[in-house]
Design a protein around this ligand. Structure first.
Ligand code: FAD
Length: 543
């Protein structure tokens, strides 16, 4: 068996090593047109910010180590430029000499990745950058070192844009993000984006939202023409998104989708059964919605690599799709994202409701507990968990992973309530945040409490609002027009409330107001608990 692999990073290198573990006799040739294989692209922003100091730490494997340990023939600085499917061979061009040659294959694996979108390729400037590989990161670092820029604009406020903003803030420069969507990380819900905005602004990052960059001019500084204004900067990083590198596949006549992603079956085979493809270059299925799209994340690429190698070696194996589990560091916070957003549910007309809770990462009597905000999107007819966001300073990755499993296994609210999770005071609470989330949704589903979101509250004309926080909390700041009866004084003051009206009850996070709702509902009042409480109201009030 002779396997030729195109692309030597996440998908390609992982396929190669799995193949070797399965088949000691296979001939495996890995082509990478760049200088490095198996490097940590995900670490590049942190290398630019000097959190990762040594370039070598980014190089998970070298061609020499690949040869020594796995007996894989790695050929760097060699680009596969053509596939001859009829004769099962590829043409390769050596970068240093321009010389070309052919290599035959029994099976061909394409993991060419995706290239950063750059609409400003025609602008002649040495201070506009994209970030894909170690050389790109080196270029940014070298530019900063020799030019000492005082300002940087990041175009595109997605995951990489936000990571770049944080890392450039490590230098003494003014950092801005221009984002065409109304908020950063455009795929997330608007309410959660407010937490991200607050944190990046707190660290001095300036935001230009709802604005695209229409033109970049190289003058004394770089001048960016946005939709409504012009801004100047010393350095631009384009983080607008990526496009599948599928030219090779296209020219070979393999089937692509309208966005240029290679179409594969669940065994990761392309329209040619002897050619497999994976990673950022392919179209795969969202397992919740069934919709097909690309997913430019390292985890899926690694799992697809195992599927590819298994199938090549005769072990039937499928990659069934993704749900989009991801996590992002935003300065001192983390944001976990998993499953469907409200917007996707609306587009697909999936009946849904939301729940937002703010539990602590671990028992509050043990030092260091941090408040989390967890938002779940669930099917309002079945209570199945469809999506979640987790924002906080601790345990975010753990809770995101648990909810990712919950979504993949189609758990409902009651399943979350029933989950047995580990506990000791330094780590969690006897009722873990995930159990609490399940309980809160169950309470709503079982009609123990009705809820209202901040967005729904805003659409209400003259809402009747009861704030059950303490007088001190109320005096610090409160919703205009809200009356204050602290929870512990509620039973004695019921007469002060108008029974004929719908009462929106809130506290800081939603827990005390839930208790208030239970008292009031049982006494015949028409009450709704404000989802996420004053925390959500406050974070969204500047919208
Ligand atoms: P790549 O890893 O990009 O590898 C493709 C390789 O193929 C490239 O090195 C390219 O040079 C080579 N190649 C292409 N065409 C040819 C050819 N014709 N001949 C020879 N070689 C060729 N994902 C996460 O899950 N979490 C993160 O935190 C995260 N952070 C990221 C940060 C940055 C800055 C970047 C750029 C990406 C990040 N990603 C992250 C995405 C993740 O790195 C990719 O999803 C993953 O690397 C995709 O693997 P791949 O094998 O498809 O492509």
């Amino acid at each position: 068996m002779k396997v030729v692999i195109v692309g030597g990073v996440a998908g390609g290198a992982t396929t190669a090593t799995r193949l070797r573990r399965l088949d000691e006799n296979a001939e495996i040739i890995l082509f990478e047109r760049g200088e490095h294989i198996s490097f940590a692209n995900c670490g590049l922003p942190y290398y630019i910010g000097n959190i990762i100091k040594d370039e070598n730490d980014l190089l998970v494997q070298t061609p020499e180590k690949f040869k020594e340990r796995f007996n894989i023939d790695v050929r760097i600085k060699q680009e596969v430029i053509r596939i001859d499917r009829n004769n099962k061979k590829v043409e390769i061009k050596k970068k240093d000499t321009g010389e070309t040659y052919f290599e035959t294959y029994d099976k061909l694996v394409l993991s060419p990745g995706a290239e950063p979108i750059n609409p400003f390729k025609d602008v002649k400037s040495d201070r506009i950058f994209t970030i894909r590989n170690v050389n790109d990161a080196e270029k940014v670092k070298a530019f900063i070192k020799s030019n000492n820029p005082k300002s940087a604009v990041i175009v595109g406020g997605g995951y990489i844009g936000v990571e770049m903003a944080e890392n450039l803030s490590e230098y003494n420069m003014e950092v801005s993000i221009v984002e065409k969507a109304p908020h950063l990380i455009s795929i997330i819900d608007n309410d959660i984006a407010h937490f991200v905005h607050k944190e990046v602004k707190k660290h001095g990052v300036k935001l230009y939202l709802n604005q695209g960059v229409n033109k970049i001019e190289e003058q004394e500084k770089l001048v960016l023409t946005l939709d409504n204004e012009k801004i100047e900067t010393d350095l631009v990083i384009l983080c607008i998104g990526v496009r599948p590198e599928s030219n090779l596949a296209k020219e070979a006549g393999l089937t692509l989708n309208e966005k240029g992603a290679i179409i594969v079956n669940s065994k990761m085979q392309t329209s040619d059964e002897n050619i497999y493809a994976l990673g950022d270059a392919v179209e795969v299925q969202n397992i919740i919605t069934g919709a097909r799209s690309g997913i430019a994340l390292a985890g899926p690429a690694n799992r697809q690599a195992r599927t590819v190698a298994n199938n090549i070696e005769g072990i039937t194996s499928t990659y069934d799709g993704f749900i989009g589990s991801s996590i992002l560091k935003v300065f001192n916070y983390s944001l976990g994202i998993v499953g469907l957003s409200e917007r996707v549910c609306q587009t697909l007309k999936i009946p849904y409701k939301i729940m937002i809770i703010s539990p602590y990462s671990h028992a509050t009597y043990y030092p260091g507990a941090k408040m989390l905000t967890i938002k779940a999107i669930y099917n309002s007819e079945t209570s199945q968990i469809l999506g979640a966001y987790i924002w906080g300073k601790a345990s975010v990755d753990k809770i995101t992973d648990i909810l990712s499993i919950a979504i993949q296994t189609k758990m409902k609210a009651a399943d979350l309530s029933a989950l047995e999770l580990c506990y000791a005071p330094p780590f969690s609470s006897a009722k873990s945040p995930v159990n609490i989330l399940g309980n809160a949704i169950e309470n709503e589903i079982n009609d123990l409490v009705d809820t209202i979101s901040v967005e729904e509250l805003r659409n209400e004309e003259k809402p009747y609002i009861l704030d059950v926080r303490t007088i001190e909390e109320y005096n610090l700041s409160h919703i205009d027009g809200a009356i204050n009866i602290p929870l512990d004084e509620l039973r004695e003051n019921l007469k002060k409330l108008d029974k004929s009206k719908e009462i929106v009850v809130h506290c800081h996070s939603g827990l005390r107001s839930y208790l208030a709702c239970r008292i009031l509902k049982q006494k015949g009042y028409n009450v709704k608990n404000l989802i996420g409480g004053y925390i959500m109201y406050d974070i969204m009030k500047n919208d």
